[in-house]
Design a protein around this ligand. Structure first.
Ligand SMILES: *Cc1c(COP(=O)(O)O)cnc(C)c1O
Length: 372
């Protein structure tokens, strides 16, 4: 026995999360010029960050010697006003992934179970496994969540159900009616985590009124993030909204300074930059059309997406997918392979700027030529 053998088996068996390949890494590996590489692999905002948020963060750097406000008072006040919830219903996180982790740590233990969909966001199984609880993946339907089947999968051991809508990496959406129906039927002894990381990318008609449901369902946790439409992925800030009792437990588990001062300040400024959010939304809509149009012309199958990314299928057997992925890398285009999501035929691409989408489509056509 050595020290590491004493780590619990459920820790030792964790498969590390594979992030999108950083630009600097690809440039180093292939001897490419960094400025020519485009990364469409992590659903980041191609417009960058809200200029207000950026300026606020730059100014805040002068105060970096000080600990952040651990309570996040100002940001919570702004979120409270924006979403019409009490500040004590808010949990701030180091990205919304942190909030997912807090939920797992509060409500799970070895022997307890959590449910998520097949092809759902990879962080759910990760946070469940870190506790030594059982993660149950319910087979997807047309790549989307099969909510009735997820309801049926609940047992007395189940403490959390994770629902991503839109889901990453499939881009699928559960409708407001389906989600509400799920909430009405699910036991109040089960926490339902509605992960709405891409909420701001939804057209108004597709946005569920989920925050209103908090009044009715004390077992609902909604998570949102500043990483996507607000362009603050590097600042690591997201939040959860829940019943005050749930938020209270989660806030007790959280590290006292889990969110950085820069993140708090960037989020506060970003929240008020409606123009940037609108511009990001519009760019994404246009880019999504550009990509789906390109896929259609090339006869490439894709999964219609409500996010800022889209997953498409590489023709032929699964061995073709890594070949296309590698060819794109050689051409300086980073996308995301989906093997760990049980989608070995698919690649996921983030919607970029018009010029980036164009270059991606051209590079993809070239990759297919190489394959033929
Ligand atoms: C990107 C993403 C998040 C957000 O992660 P952060 O920790 O907030 O950066 C959460 N859920 C899903 C489904 C995502 O794709």
């Amino acid at each position: 026995m050595n020290l590491c053998d004493f780590a619990p088996e459920y820790i030792r068996s964790i498969q590390p999360y594979q992030p999108g390949k950083p630009i600097s890494e690809l440039a180093r590996e292939l001897g490419l010029d960094e400025t020519t590489v485009i990364k469409l692999a992590s659903n980041e905002n191609p417009l960058g960050t809200s200029p207000f948020a950026l300026e606020a963060m730059i100014n805040a750097l002068h105060q970096i010697a000080l600990y952040p406000d651990g309570s996040g008072y100002e940001l919570k006040a702004a979120l409270s006003k924006r979403y019409d919830v009490d500040p004590d219903q808010i949990i701030l996180g180091n990205g919304s992934n942190d909030v997912l982790d807090l939920a797992a740590r509060v409500f799970l233990k070895p022997g307890a179970a959590a449910i998520y969909s097949q092809h759902a966001f990879a962080v759910y199984p990760l946070v469940v496994q870190m506790i030594g609880a059982n993660g149950i993946a319910v087979p997807a339907r047309d790549y989307g969540h099969d909510l009735p089947a997820m309801l049926d999968a609940i047992t007395p051991e189940t403490r959390i159900v994770f629902i991503a809508s839109p889901n990453n990496p499939t881009g699928t959406l559960s409708t407001e009616e389906e989600l509400y129906c799920f909430m009405e039927r699910v036991s109040r002894d089960v926490l339902v985590v509605m992960d709405e990381a891409y909420y701001e990318y939804l057209p108004e008609a597709n946005k569920p009124d989920s925050i209103k449901w908090l009044k009715q369902f004390p077992n609902l946790l909604i998570t949102r993030t500043f990483s996507k439409v607000y362009g603050l992925a590097g600042a690591r800030i997201g939040f959860g909204l829940a019943h005050p009792d749930v938020a209270n437990l989660m806030n007790r588990v959280r590290q006292p300074f889990n969110v950085s001062s820069i993140g708090l300040i960037g989020a506060l400024a970003g929240l008020h930059d409606a123009e940037f959010v609108q511009r990001s939304y519009a760019l994404n809509r246009a880019g999504m059309l550009q990509l789906t149009d390109g896929f259609r012309r090339a006869g490439i199958e894709y999964i219609p997406s409500y996010g800022n990314f889209i997953s498409f299928r590489v023709k032929g057997d699964a061995a073709n997918t890594p070949k296309v992925y590698q060819s794109l890398l050689r051409q300086g285009v980073i996308v995301r392979p989906l093997g760990i999501y049980e989608m070995p035929h698919h690649l996921r691409v983030t919607v970029g700027l018009e010029s980036q989408n164009k270059r991606f489509l051209e590079s993809l056509a070239h990759a297919f030529e190489e394959l033929a």
